[in-house]
Design a protein around this ligand. Structure first.
Ligand SMILES: [Zn+2]
Length: 126
């Protein structure tokens, strides 16, 4: 099983790009990465039963997909070392922003940053 980013098509209309999936070499089957399954489900839920045709970049919606997308920009395949490096950089960046949001007492921004940090928590990573 190889971890990669793929486009998931919902209701034959909505392209959800850069979704982390496990791809099986033997049968070609794709399984959405367990750690993001719930968030992909939420996103699909928000689209409703009759969505308008459009594309969504999942790597801009979900931090973990964002990290994988950046790691892929650094090499042609997803390597654990590159993923760990990008994750650490992104977590540090978000923590810096959290300090800033805290000092500005911007509660909405803080909540958004905390949510983004939780998307990079251990449950998602291998
Ligand atoms: Zn298989």
């Amino acid at each position: 099983m190889t971890l990669m980013l793929r486009t998931v098509i919902f209701a034959k209309k909505v392209n959800i790009n850069n979704v982390p999936v496990y791809n099986c070499h033997m049968c070609g089957r794709n399984d959405v990465f367990p750690g993001v399954k719930e968030d992909v489900g939420k996103l699909v839920g928000q689209l409703g039963a009759r969505p308008v045709a459009h594309s969504i970049s999942f790597d801009q919606v979900h931090e973990w997909a964002g990290v994988l997308s950046q790691a892929l920009n650094r090499s042609d395949r997803l390597h654990a070392a590159a993923i760990a490096e990008v994750t650490e950089e992104r977590v540090n960046q978000l923590l810096d922003l959290l300090l800033l949001a805290d000092s500005l007492k911007d509660e909405a921004w803080k909540a958004d940053l905390e949510n983004r940090l939780s998307q990079l928590s251990a449950q998602y990573i291998f």
